[in-house]
Design a protein. Structure first.
Length: 134
């Protein structure tokens, strides 16, 4: 195995979050081949396995991550769009082209979103309404 996910952690501890709060996913990557360039992706899924969001270093235009051996990466979501429910996280480690998956880790129920009111959907999308006469 050229590279693997050594550890994944979620903050806040216990994964209890409120809509709009900050979420951090800490990922430790280890390489068997020094300086191997890699990309990371985190898939957020609902309990039915529907992907609600895919957050990936390659798709975000970042250069491949490079380190001699061990590297810690933090994904920060400053204003969580998730409105309610239990969410799973799948972390994927891929080659520099994002084509070959070296490793993946599934965290079932990693996040539990506690809404302060009834929410009809699973996501809160920033939006505005406008009204004009006639």
């Amino acid at each position: 195995q050229l590279a693997f996910i050594e550890q994944v952690g979620v903050e806040p501890s216990g994964g209890q979050v409120a809509p709009g709060s900050e979420i951090r996913v800490r990922i430790a990557v280890r390489r068997a081949l020094p300086d191997l360039p890699v990309h990371l992706a985190v898939v957020v899924e609902d309990e039915a396995g529907v992907a609600l969001a895919v957050l990936a270093t390659k798709w975000d235009g970042l250069a491949p991550l490079v380190a001699h051996d061990r590297q810690e990466v933090v994904l920060r979501v400053p204003d969580s769009p998730f409105a309610r429910g239990r969410l799973d996280l799948t972390v994927m480690l891929a080659d520099e082209n994002g084509l070959q998956i070296f490793d993946q880790a599934l965290l079932k129920g990693a996040l539990s979103v506690r809404a302060t009111r009834w929410e009809p959907g699973t996501m809160r999308v920033a939006h505005e309404w406008e009204s004009h006469p006639g």
